[in-house]
Ligand binder design. Structure first.
Ligand SMILES: C[S@@+](CC[C@H](N)C(=O)[O-])C[C@H]1O[C@@H](n2cnc3c(N)ncnc32)[C@H](O)[C@@H]1O
Length: 211
């Protein structure tokens, strides 16, 4: 688990977060059983943070960069009104097949559009006016995702960037991914167009809004 608190305390946080129920728990179980990369799945704490942000802001257009098995996607879709939509981008047909299978079990699955292909290509085609952008894909592209997200974001919109503490490696970056996350964090902090707050939820969630 990518967390900074003890496993017991993280479990306490999960135990004091709404239980998402079906189909989230079955999805999480299958992914933990079948995929070695299960740690990429956001889970209930980040999931309900996203769900609450979508609900509280009244977002209608959501863009997700990095679908994986669709846990966070469905969390956000569940908080959208009937005429809302999440466009979610990924390059992995196998993980997103699992996602599609579980979205089909939910009444909110019909609010999701999957764009298979490199996220920057999908982002190039999206119309501005997006209410919430969740950035959670390849770390090397985080600075590019942030720049394009700023172009797409509505004036009252939110950008949410996951893994922004990167297991603590932001303090002493060693490889390309470490440096990209550190650069993205520094880029946001120096950006006078925005107000931002680093939340120490799970692996670090950076919340950003335009001033
Ligand atoms: C951390 S996972 C996403 C987890 C998901 N958002 C959740 O919270 O459950 C990152 C995903 O980004 C995808 N990805 C990597 N490079 C990408 C790219 N260039 N464009 C789109 N998706 C990409 C990977 O295939 C992987 O499924």
């Amino acid at each position: 688990m990518l967390t900074f608190v003890s496993d017991e305390l993280e479990q306490y946080a999960i135990d004091h977060t709404t239980n998402p129920g079906s189909p989230f728990n079955e999805l999480a179980e299958e992914v933990r059983r079948e995929l070695p990369s299960a740690g990429m799945m956001s889970g209930p704490t980040v999931g309900y943070l996203l769900n609450s942000l979508v609900f509280a802001t009244g977002a209608k257009r959501v863009l997700e960069i990095g679908t994986f098995v669709g846990y966070s996607t469905l969390m956000m879709a569940s908080a959208l009104p009937d005429d809302g939509q999440v466009v979610t981008c990924d390059v992995d047909p196998e993980a997103t097949d699992i996602a599609r299978r579980y979205w089909a079990k939910s009444p909110h699955g019909s609010k999701i559009r999957l764009a298979l292909g490199p996220a920057l290509e999908t982002m190039a085609e999206i119309e501005p006016g997006v209410d919430l952008v969740f950035i959670d894909a390849d770390k090397e592209n985080y600075p590019h995702y942030y720049e394009r997200a700023m172009e797409l974001l509505s004036p009252s919109g939110l950008i949410v960037m996951d893994n922004m503490l990167w297991g603590g490696r932001v303090l002493d970056p060693q490889d390309e991914s470490d440096r990209a996350i550190r650069d993205a964090g520094d880029m946001v902090q120096a950006d006078e167009r925005v107000n931002n707050v680093m939340l120490t939820v799970r692996d670090g969630v950076l919340l950003i809004r335009k001033r």
